[in-house]
Design a protein around this ligand. Structure first.
Ligand SMILES: N[C@@H](CCC(=O)N[C@@H](CS)C(=O)NCC(=O)O)C(=O)O
Length: 227
């Protein structure tokens, strides 16, 4: 089995990184080989990367037994289905991803929503923050907007959309420790990663106590806190 994970530190690949940490925690050896790329060095625009890994010139991407999979939501769902279900090919005893059925649907719902709604607003906010501020999109990225083209109205709109997403997440966590009633699953880690990013962007969670407590629960899991 060959599994390659292409990443750039401090980027959307943090999502896949955390998901892999969870999946690998109880295994004797890592599932994936990590390959670090750099926007500044032009790695994501290199012809070989575009033709064999990700034609979008973005990370994260994985290549599993020669097949490339990109888009962090698809990657989380694929890794969850393939390596995270109890009794799957790696003889996992404790499930990190729901088996086929409605709970699987719930996990997919949150993962896709995380990308299309929460992360979309977070990326817009990251692109409007001044160059050099924490989490701001860096020069050289496809999403970079020069400071003199940034609009305050875009920043305000992104913050409003993030607050709306946090309201939804807060409601879902009202009586639940994790997103899906049956306990922790990789959808929690997927969304937690985006919530961690919006905190770096300066969004505070004090008005969303359930999200704040859940983020601490997910972030404190041993898989994310070992050497
Ligand atoms: N929707 C994609 C977004 C991926 C994305 O935008 N990645 C950024 C880093 S955060 C990237 O690779 N940028 C490369 C570039 O802008 O040149 C996903 O969720 O995987």
């Amino acid at each position: 089995m060959s599994l390659l994970f292409y990443y750039i530190p401090h980027s959307t690949s943090n999502v896949t990184s955390a998901v892999l940490d969870e999946l690998e925690y109880s295994l004797p050896c890592p599932l994936a080989k990590r390959i670090e790329l750099s926007i500044q060095a032009g790695d994501t625009k290199a012809p070989h990367y575009l033709s064999t890994v990700n034609p979008n010139g973005r990370v994260p991407a994985i290549v599993h037994d020669g097949v490339s999979i990109w888009e962090s939501a698809a990657i989380t769902m694929y890794l969850g289905e393939t390596f995270g279900v109890a009794g799957s090919s790696n003889y996992r005893m404790q499930s990190l991803y729901p088996a086929l059925g409605p709970k699987r649907g719930e996990a997919m719902k949150w993962i896709v929503w995380g990308n299309t709604t929460l992360a979309d607003a977070a990326s817009r906010l990251g692109a409007t923050l001044p160059v050099g501020s924490p989490g701001a999109v860096e020069e050289g990225s496809q999403d970079f907007i020069p400071d003199n083209n940034k609009r305050n109205s875009d920043e305000a709109e992104a913050k409003k959309d993030i607050a709306k997403s946090l309201d939804i997440l807060n409601g879902a966590l009202h009586d639940n420790d994790f997103l899906i009633g049956q306990g922790y699953c990789l959808a929690d880690t997927h969304l937690w990663s985006f919530v961690s990013y919006i905190r770096i962007l300066g969004v505070d969670l004090n008005a969303h106590a359930n999200v704040k407590a859940w983020a601490a629960r997910v972030g404190d899991r041993p898989a994310l806190n070992h050497e």
